[in-house]
Design a protein around this ligand. Structure first.
Ligand SMILES: *Cc1c(COP(=O)(O)O)cnc(C)c1O
Length: 367
């Protein structure tokens, strides 16, 4: 016997995970460096305390209050006419993504994205037994729309995954591109969903629109968001989507029973009451992001424009050596993206000063 009798295609695969190292400056997983205020933390604790009194019961399977809160939040931040029926939530937008693949992918179907793209998507496609098809972005990480449309029409995916702002490049897609791909994916049987992953949506620069605005025009458009990044709530695990209510109905078929715990629901509902405050540092982070991009360019490095809370920079002949030497100086960033590039999350001004000093030293050493 082969023990354990693992699925053939999973043999020898290392589990995914960025290193969780205890170093002074952690700029590797795009977390919000600012925790909740003492008032927000106390309110969340009270809400969880109330939920604790009835933990003998299963939670509200329909997470009604949470869906109402999320719809209200989206309508206040660029969405229009989003109703609670259009909202679905799960344990992080990663779970939302897996549920979408479970409901709309499957054997004989494919999911499509354009590289560089979020590294988790191919794993979910594999887990949902869905073929993974990947086109390429241009050298500047933009999308060649004609080529993209052609690939969609050729491969007829049931799911097109478009992170925007993209991870790891930070670049946002123009609404024309999203619309054109929605139209292409609606032109064949059984059609495809276009999922715009706006995990970093709140960090967009002024003038970069959200795909939420396109929802009334495209029935096959799904916009996903998360409370993990701008909302400073990565530890709570809450992601969600807005789309035609038929999408949530389909996911209800595949989701696990009572997938959102009463504790998670209470936490997220309480956090939404503090939205203005939890999101209060987003503006500071955008300013720090623009300063970081400008500084990296001053060092002679290439940096794509960023609409997110991180910057991709390069190129280094030996990026691993740069990553390691930064780590030796107590600064943990991420070795991800195309060969030669590194990604740094935007932290506090103090953390970014530490990053700049460390990188200056490392680049001197390498020169
Ligand atoms: C961080 C991130 C997410 C968020 O994941 P959660 O499961 O909500 O924490 C989703 N998509 C992309 C592209 C991300 O970088």
């Amino acid at each position: 016997m082969t023990f354990p009798p693992l699925r053939e295609e999973l043999r020898g695969i290392e589990p995914y995970g960025a290193p969780q190292l205890d170093v002074p400056v952690q700029l590797n997983v795009n977390e919000n460096p600012y925790g909740p205020s003492p008032e927000a933390a106390a309110d969340i604790a009270r809400a969880v305390g109330r939920a604790a009194a009835s933990l003998n019961r299963y939670p509200d399977r329909e997470f009604t209050e949470l869906r109402e809160g999320l719809a209200a939040y989206l309508n206040s931040s660029g969405g229009h006419g989003i109703t609670p029926e259009m909202v679905w939530a799960a344990n992080g937008s990663n779970e939302v993504m897996l549920q979408l693949l479970q409901a709309f992918g499957g054997p004989g179907r494919c999911a499509l994205s354009f590289a560089p793209t979020y590294s988790m998507y191919p794993e979910y496609a594999r887990d949902a037994m869905t073929e993974w098809v990947v086109g390429r972005r241009e050298e500047d990480f933009s999308l060649d729309l004609d080529a993209a449309r052609k690939l969609v029409l050729e491969r007829r995916p049931t799911i097109v995954l478009l992170p925007s702002p993209n991870n790891p490049t930070g670049t946002a897609l123009p609404p024309e591109a999203v619309s054109a791909l929605c139209e292409a994916a609606a032109s064949y049987e059984p059609g495809g969903l276009v999922v715009v992953d706006e995990a970093y949506g709140e960090f967009r620069r002024a003038g970069t629109p959200s795909a939420l605005e396109l929802l009334p025009r495209h029935r096959n458009l799904v916009v996903t968001r998360t409370m993990s990044k701008a909302f400073a709530l990565a530890g709570a695990r809450l992601g969600y989507l807005a789309a035609d209510p038929a999408i949530g109905d389909a996911i209800r078929v595949v989701r696990l029973p009572y997938h959102l715990s009463a504790v998670t629901q209470a936490t997220a509902v309480a956090a939404l009451r503090h939205a203005p405050e939890l999101l209060g540092r987003v503006e500071d982070l955008r300013v720090e992001r623009d300063l970081t991009v400008a500084w990296l360019r001053d060092q002679g490095l290439e940096v794509p424009d960023s609409d997110s809370n991180f910057a991709l920079f390069g190129r280094f002949p030996d990026r691993h050596a740069v990553w390691q030497r930064l780590l030796d100086r107590g600064v943990l960033i991420r070795e991800t993206g195309p060969q030669g590039w590194l990604r740094v999350s935007i932290g506090t001004p103090e953390e970014m000063t530490a990053f700049r000093h460390a990188l200056t030293d490392v680049m001197k050493e390498q020169a």
